[in-house]
Design a protein. Structure first.
Length: 371
């Protein structure tokens, strides 16, 4: 009887573990009330820009409990995103959500709406399952190293190595983790924007290694590697400056028409952007400071409404060549989404600096002109 009793206990325990509740408990002290949405996309949906809404639950007094018992799991884990809105339905945060079948994932979010200029950052801690806890350590390691890179770019390679090690360790244990691949995809996109075509770092090197022998059955890995190769090719194409645009008189210009400079500061902008308009006085100051030393400036608008650019340009004359081009072609070639997008071209036509903003422009020009 004792053996039978033990056997029954084991079976009962196994039954309980297999029929455990699946859900999320969100603790977010900074949000008194609002909504939490659980969203899901597989690799194919991400590529198409599609997603499924799995659940919507109110946040009351900084807490929300979400049942996901009816959600299907293709494997033991499911990688989702949690979209958090405040009481006015305004966006608050978009965070990864690692789920494990038959468990409740606890998510604690802090530092909402506080200073994000490297002094503090959104803090997210996961618990409740092995996958959630492993992801929590992995995710916060990436965030910690990102902050360190932003604070001191001189030691960036050390921190990229730490991130590469974190990616490798986590993906070896969870080779189909969509969240890990999504984070790697986002980071590669950011790195390719800021690095020249011949430059690399430990994260990019890890990605290259990962893509040497990609498993086509792993849709996330296949998507990452396809995107990685495409971005590498775009980086190669965008390393040599070229463009086609027109001036206010609709005369067409290309890179062949811009000559006699030591360095060319190129600014892609739009007349509707306040950030761009704030940058113009700085450009004028730099132009006056370095014109005699060989600096030339070219501004190319990517306004979707050409009439707005023509009106602005008639009322605000620039001392340099000001043009308007095809925004889709330009942003695709140089792989950027935010404006103003500034870069520096040498007299051979090579893009030697890119993604410069505010003080970054001053520092780059001082270095180039040995000041």
């Amino acid at each position: 009887m004792k053996k039978n009793h033990c056997l029954l206990l084991i079976i009962f325990s196994f039954f309980i573990s297999c029929t455990g509740k699946t859900g999320v408990v969100l603790n977010i002290p900074d949000i008194e009330e609002g909504k939490a949405l659980v969203l899901y996309s597989d690799a194919e949906q991400v590529e198409k820009g599609e997603q499924d809404t799995l659940a919507i639950q109110n946040i009351v007094k900084g807490k929300s409990e979400i049942s996901l018992d009816t959600v299907g799991f293709e494997s033991k884990i499911k990688d989702c995103i949690m979209l958090i809105l405040d009481g006015k339905n305004s966006f608050v945060a978009n965070i990864p959500l690692p789920l494990q079948k038959g468990t409740v994932t606890n998510v604690h979010v802090d530092n909402i709406g506080r200073d994000t200029t490297n002094k503090s950052t959104l803090e997210t801690v996961y618990s409740g399952s092995e996958y959630a806890e492993d992801f929590s350590d992995f995710y916060n390691c990436l965030l910690k190293e990102n902050i360190a890179i932003a604070r001191n770019n001189d030691s960036a390679e050390f921190h990229y190595k730490k991130q590469a090690e974190a990616y490798k360790s986590f993906l070896e244990k969870y080779p189909s983790s969509g969240l890990a691949y999504s984070l790697l995809i986002g980071q590669i996109a950011s790195i390719n924007t800021n690095f020249g075509v011949n430059e690399s770092n430990a994260v990019m090197d890890y990605c290259s290694e990962l893509c040497l022998d990609v498993d086509k059955k792993n849709k996330w890995a296949d998507y990452l590697c396809t995107m990685f190769r495409e971005r590498q090719q775009r980086a190669l194409n965008s390393s040599v400056f070229s463009f086609r645009a027109i001036d206010i008189n609709e005369k067409e210009y290309t890179e062949k028409d811009i000559r006699n400079y030591e360095y060319l500061l190129v600014c892609f902008w739009a007349s509707w952007s306040e950030y761009c308009l704030e940058e113009i006085p700085r450009l004028k100051k730099l132009y006056n400071q370095y014109k005699s030393k060989g600096l030339e400036i070219l501004t190319v608008s990517i306004d979707t409404n050409p009439a707005a650019w023509f009106d602005y340009t008639r009322q605000n004359q620039f001392p340099w060549l000001s043009l308007i081009g095809n925004g889709h072609e330009i942003t695709s070639k140089y792989d950027f989404q935010m404006i103003p997008f500034n870069m520096i071209v040498d007299k051979e036509g090579n893009v030697i600096e890119r993604e410069l903003f505010k003080d970054d422009i001053d520092k780059a020009l001082k270095k180039l002109f040995n000041e």
